[in-house]
Design a protein around this ligand. Structure first.
Ligand code: SAM
Length: 288
């Protein structure tokens, strides 16, 4: 029996999730976030920023594989990739498994999250830091998107939720800047929360993206630590064909990449939305 008090994550008015704490491994105020790392019997190491769970060593593969491999397998030449946020570098690790990726730029606002994760999550992110294709900028992702001259084939927004520093990554101005820095045929994937608990956040994001991109859709991933049912990942592009790439093509592009969650069949199936999520998407985009 541990001497530590359990940690509670308030997800929504009326819902909190409680994690038993076997050990408190680290606590710090970084200037951008209140960061804590706890050890939990089920989830292993669990990173919280401002009281919200960001990543755990046990289920990170589910979220990171779906965020990375779905757009990378759907794109015919994802040479240049941008990650905004993603400080734990689990997403970067999945992206760099693709030989077709020639450069990966990551823009993270909080240097402490990166440094901290390099030390404490090396079991999954160690390969990133010795890969010459990986470049990090410490900056606000919204400011970077507004100013950069670089262009990208795939952009992955691995953000915190829309409050605190993450709020800047859910605005129409940011979505317009993403379109500006996306190459023709490119794809933007964004973390859009759990619509059972956050239907309005999901709709706001989809509405904003649909005001900028010709095609806005969403696909699903189930991540045990993100309580409340399916998590949605937004898909924004002007290239509608990226939504219907044949399974055999996906399998060819994924050849040699080991996964524990992603399969080409599940890639296609993950775009089949339950009715209530489909309705939210249709209401937000005006298409259906
Ligand atoms: N998968 C996680 C989730 O859904 O809870 C997100 C994990 S990742 C650790 C989120 C990262 O986004 C954090 O490292 C945070 O510092 C970063 N972040 C938040 N706002 C940002 C901004 N405006 N620009 C760049 N990075 C930002």
């Amino acid at each position: 029996m541990s001497n530590h008090k359990p940690v509670s994550e308030t997800l929504h008015d009326g819902v909190s999730v409680v994690f038993d704490v076997d050990d408190v491994l680290y606590e710090e105020s970084t200037g951008h976030h209140r960061l804590s790392l706890i050890q939990n019997t089920v989830f292993g190491k669990l990173l919280m920023l401002d009281g919200a769970v960001q990543v755990t060593s046990r289920d990170e593969f589910m979220y990171h594989e779906m965020l990375a491999h779905v757009p990378l397998a759907a794109h015919d030449n994802p040479a240049s990739v941008l990650i905004i946020g993603g400080g734990d570098c689990g997403l970067a690790e999945e992206v760099l498994k693709h030989d077709r990726v020639r450069t990966l730029t990551q823009v993270e606002i909080d240097a402490s999250v990166l440094e901290f994760s390099k030390e404490h999550f090396s079991d999954f992110n160690a390969p990133v830091f010795s890969d010459d294709r990986f470049q990090v900028e410490i900056a606000d992702g919204a400011a970077f998107a507004a100013e950069t001259e670089k262009r990208f084939d795939v952009i992955l927004v691995d953000s915190t939720d829309p409050d605190g520093p993450g709020a800047a990554l859910f605005t129409p101005g940011f979505y317009r800047d993403l379109k500006r820095i996306l190459r023709p045929g490119g794809i933007v994937v964004s973390q859009n929360g759990v619509p059972f608990l956050q239907p309005e956040e999901f709709k706001d994001a989809m509405r904003g993206l649909a005001s900028v991109f010709e095609v806005v859709s969403s696909y699903l991933v189930a991540v045990p630590t993100y309580f409340g049912g399916h998590m949605t990942l937004g898909w924004s592009t002007d290239a509608a064909e990226t939504l219907s790439v044949d399974e055999s093509v996906l399998a060819r592009r994924m050849a040699g990449i080991e996964t524990r969650y992603y399969t080409p069949a599940h890639h296609r199936a993950s775009f089949a939305l339950p009715r209530f999520i489909e309705t939210l998407l249709q209401e937000a985009t005006g298409k259906g």
